[in-house]
Design a protein around this ligand. Structure first.
Ligand code: SF4
Length: 227
């Protein structure tokens, strides 16, 4: 597999936020979201076989716990990724998979918790989510929308309602996008959409979703990688 980094930190943006988690960040992405904070994953990285990845996860978190496979787009390496996720589940880890839902999700093991980041129009990659993937969702999965403004919010609200997402998954997350070059202060001034404004829209529309903030960007400098 082509791997950008493996590290331990706190999970930052799901219902698991705040829990210790080993991140396996795979190299390569087929999308180019306007606010992407992971462009360093597009190229480079180093080759590791799945056994070496599994051993590194076990070294960082020997007693089980949370492992998140992220990227880039992890499913671009599906051939190696599927056995790795099965091995981690068998070893007792809770496995999260962060994906855009642009690739088929049907072969992802049922025990894996999918966090599907449905792209909104202002990302520049709107409408890349494959609707067939809705049928692969399990009650423990989560759907995330990263929002830059009102148009994104309305897309997420309407998409959620049209497809009854709140009934299909554990959580629907609406999360303000962060400015790409954000650095220095660790506060919401770096959000492209003011969380207060988003909260007010969600309350006004009674949206069955959870407002999420990228927790790690309020703990560490938003420019720091590997946290
Ligand atoms: S899918 Fe993720 S890694 Fe790829 S461009 Fe979008 S935000 Fe960046």
């Amino acid at each position: 597999m082509q791997v950008t980094e493996i590290y331990k930190s706190l999970q930052g943006e799901s219902t698991h936020a705040g829990l210790p988690c080993v991140f396996v960040r795979l190299t390569g992405c087929n999308l180019r979201c306007s606010w992407c904070d992971s462009e360093y994953t597009f190229q480079g990285g180093h080759k590791m076989d799945t056994e070496a990845v599994r051993l590194e996860v076990m070294r960082l978190s020997p007693n089980g716990g949370l492992v998140e496979i992220t990227g880039g787009e992890p499913l671009l390496q599906e051939r190696e990724l599927l056995p790795l996720m099965r091995q981690l589940l068998e070893a007792g880890y809770r496995v999260l998979l962060e994906t855009s839902g642009e690739r088929p999700l049907e072969r992802v093991p049922a025990g894996v918790i999918k966090i599907v980041d449905v792209k909104c129009p202002d990302s520049g990659e709107g409408y890349t989510f494959h609707l067939e993937n809705l049928e692969t969702l399990n009650p423990h999965d989560e759907i995330k929308f990263v929002l830059s403004g009102r148009a994104d919010y309305e897309f997420a609200r309407d998409f959620s309602n049209r497809h009854g997402l709140a009934e299909r998954v554990n959580a629907v997350l609406f999360s303000p996008a962060f400015r790409k070059q954000a650095t220095g202060t660790r506060d919401s001034s770096h959000c492209l959409l003011d969380p207060q404004e988003l909260a007010e829209w969600m309350l006004a529309d009674a949206v069955p979703a959870r407002l999420g903030l990228q927790l790690h960007k309020f703990i560490w400098d938003p420019a720091v990688k590997g946290v």
